[in-house]
Design a protein around this ligand. Sequence first.
Ligand code: FAD
Length: 444
Amino acid sequence: MNYLERVRQIKKSSKKGDYILYWMQGAFRVEYNHSLEFAKYLALSKDLPLKVLVVVDFNYKDANYRHFKFFIDGILELIDKFKDLKISFHVKIGSFKEIVPQYSKNADTLITDKAYIKWLKDVRNEIYNKNDITIYEVDTNLMVPVQAASPKCEYGAYTIRPKIHKLKEKFLNDFVVFDYKGRSYEVENDLNGLNIDDKLKSVHYLKPVDFIGGESKADKLLRDFLNEKYLFFAEKRGDPSLDVESNLSFYLHFGFISPIKILKEAIKIDTDPKNYETLFEQLVVRRELAHNFTYYCDNISDLFSFLPNWAVKTVIEHKDDIRKYLYKLEDLENFKTHDKFWNAAQYELIHKGKIHNYMRMYWGKKVIEWTESFEDAYKILIYLNDKYALDGRDPNGYAGIAWCFGMHDRAFQERKIFGKVRYMSENGLKQKFDMDGYLSRVMG
Ligand SMILES: Cc1cc2nc3c(=O)[nH]c(=O)nc-3n(C[C@H](O)[C@H](O)[C@H](O)COP(=O)(O)OP(=O)(O)OC[C@H]3O[C@@H](n4cnc5c(N)ncnc54)[C@H](O)[C@@H]3O)c2cc1C
């Protein structure tokens, strides 16, 4: 078993149980899923049946109809995949804290996907304390496992990059598939026969976006991206007037696809190596820096608890600077500002479920410029991103927003409101890109 650095034993018990239980909570896929493979390996070596459990928790923090719809589409697809694998699959509606302990009671071992955000780590810890059972966590959603990459919160891409590059070969190639087929298997599906729309009435309604959740949709999107956009990725990805992004962030967020699969497929394409380097920098270095941030930072809601000292000092010095424009949450949410490019970015967020990568930075920076305090701006950005972005509520989102305030960045020349935090201007956008092209692409 060569997953030793992906797998962490959380608890050891001498109690024997009747089956191996994999609580699938972060990696909703069968391919390139180290947690599933480790669970199969234990089932084979202990000669016990394997059960996979998914809990659909309608009280999941900050999730709304848009998120649930995408998630449930992906879960329904898994039912057939597990049937083919002859592995028992249980989809239960309820709370994590009740259902997982119930299913663990007679289990021999509990395996789950590693969590990278504090509230999800806290939920797991509560669950782990409820039963006397052996427990493992598996880090399957990152190429280099978060603790293997670094034991501490990193300063920036420049500090984590060499660590990741040193380990990339090892972790890109550690995946093995175990040939487990259950002698008998069962399917339990609480979603069966349920009018999902009725059920979802208890959660906040938000119009779904044009993407459908699930592993096969992620596969198709990856293939389309590699065939149609990847050849221009390094050169054009940052241009908001063009659509050269993969949109895979939706699928990565829900664990419908593994970054390892994306890299393995990309490496096969015969193109300028710069495209692979750019993909690696975003998908591995930047994404893993974001996960490093939320994994090691205890309080991502308190901006001043994690910003570097230079950023804290400079924003405190500039907190009373006069703001030329001041907008309330309602104006921002309804894209009613004086800035047509910002409005288009907010429109894109609401309608597409994410903003183009370059405009996402501009979107964040302007909210800082137009609100009374840095703390207000931070709360508004998290609120809007988590509500509307289909890839929101993710380490990448928290790190991306924190970056707008100086996290993982360096000091720039001092100016009003921002102090030494990097500033972005409307003129800068117009000089670099065809911004009318962006407006017509997004607003139609
Ligand atoms: C203010 C702000 C908010 C953001 N909010 C989110 C969010 O809620 N969810 C989210 O996934 N990303 C967020 N990002 C990061 C980045 O903008 C998105 O990951 C990217 O635009 C997703 O689109 P894509 O999948 O088409 O990316 P592509 O350009 O196709 O890149 C491929 C993958 O690389 C990773 N990646 C790309 N850029 C970054 C980055 N800057 N940081 C970390 N990983 C990256 C993503 O996993 C992405 O899916 C935010 C950035 C900022 C500045």
